[in-house]
Design a protein around this ligand. Structure first.
Ligand code: GLA
Length: 345
């Protein structure tokens, strides 16, 4: 016996600015993409979980009691386990996924899948759990089930963001407001062609270095520290540089929000360009091929460009005048043959 099939969806997200500060007390500025995923969920009476996805030929046969196993279906299994723990479903589930979000791209394919499954389970139960609570529970799946020590940005963005707007999110209080995107400029996402996984350890290593900096300064909130105090502190590198990125990145996010509100594209672009330099030199999360892609994006006429997401691969985000966009993209992809256009917001 099984229950009635329910449906839910979630978009991918791009982060305009504010990287690796969603676990360091910062503000971030993600936006929903038009690519996303759809989930059909049919509750089961037994403890089995089946997962079918358009990206994979075989159906994964899993169970409610299984640990994560570095398998593509892990986020789905973790989400069903969480839905079960929250009493949104009574047993396992049959899950069918249709996704247009490339994996390993820093566009939150995993957060979108977990959020969509939790929303489908909410619909099947008729529960009033809020979208913010869904995001918090989805982060628990990543942290506790998948073992990825990520922050809350992706889950909040894919659970709550409205297409066509950015979300100014305080990652400590979870207060958020919508910020309109520019009318005459596109926010463009280009994949570098290099993929990465948050489970590969480098994300956790960076977070661990931030934890060392937090212990040194006696705070959980690196973003609230004064950048000059960090720069002149006796904390050793790389910990000092990690903290410096956090404090300066948070201020760049505030500048970018002001710039968007006042339509100052030059100021937005400057904040994005400075953010990339800080990610490259202080947080050391970029790669030479991505630095080259960002540099060419700007040289070819973008007002600003930067690596976006967890780092070490994935996508760049650029702000480009709409009337220049097509020529700019052709030239950029002509120079970087491994790169590909993902979409624009
Ligand atoms: C990944 C994580 C987020 C965030 C970004 C970097 O997407 O899931 O929590 O830390 O990296 O900004």
């Amino acid at each position: 016996m099984s229950g009635k099939m329910v449906h839910a969806s979630a978009p991918g997200r791009v982060n305009l600015i504010g990287e690796h500060i969603d676990y360091n007390g910062g503000m971030v500025l993600p936006a929903a993409l038009s690519i996303g995923l759809e989930v059909d969920l049919t509750p089961r009476d037994d403890r089995s979980i089946t997962v079918a996805a358009n990206a994979y030929d075989t159906v994964a046969n899993r169970g409610l009691d299984q640990a994560a196993s570095e398998h593509w279906s892990d986020p789905a299994v973790g989400a069903v386990q969480r839905a079960h723990a929250l009493k949104l479903i009574d047993g396992g589930a049959d899950i069918a996924i249709r996704s247009t979000i490339p994996q390993g791209s820093g566009l939150s394919s995993s957060a979108a899948l977990i959020v969509a499954i939790l929303k489908a389970a909410r619909a099947s139960h008729g529960s009033d759990i809020s979208n913010t609570q869904i995001a918090v529970e989805a982060r628990r799946v990543e942290n506790e089930y998948m073992g990825v020590p990520c922050g809350i940005m992706d889950q909040m963005a894919v659970s709550l963001a409205t297409p066509g707007t950015a979300m100014a999110l305080n990652t400590t209080s979870l207060d958020h407001s919508l910020v309109a995107l520019p009318k005459d400029h596109a926010i463009v996402v280009v994949h570098s062609g290099l993929t990465r996984k948050l489970t590969d350890g480098r994300y956790g290593a960076l977070k661990g270095e931030c934890d060392t900096a937090k212990a040194h300064f006696g705070t959980d909130d690196l973003c609230a520290l004064n950048p000059d105090d960090i720069a002149t502190s006796d904390l050793a590198d790389p910990f000092r540089k990690r903290a410096l990125h956090c404090a300066t990145e948070h201020r760049r996010v505030l500048d970018a929000i002001d710039a968007l509100k006042s339509g100052d594209i030059a100021a937005l672009g400057a904040a994005m360009n400075q953010s990339h330099v800080s990610m490259r030199d202080d947080f050391e999360m970029s790669l030479p091929a991505i630095d080259a892609l960002v540099a060419d994006a700007v040289a070819l006429g973008a007002d600003g460009a930067r690596l976006t997401g967890g780092g070490f691969g994935g996508c760049i985000v650029a702000v480009v005048a709409k009337d220049r966009h097509d020529a700019w993209l052709n030239q950029l992809l002509g120079r970087h043959t491994g790169a590909r256009f993902i979409g624009a917001v």
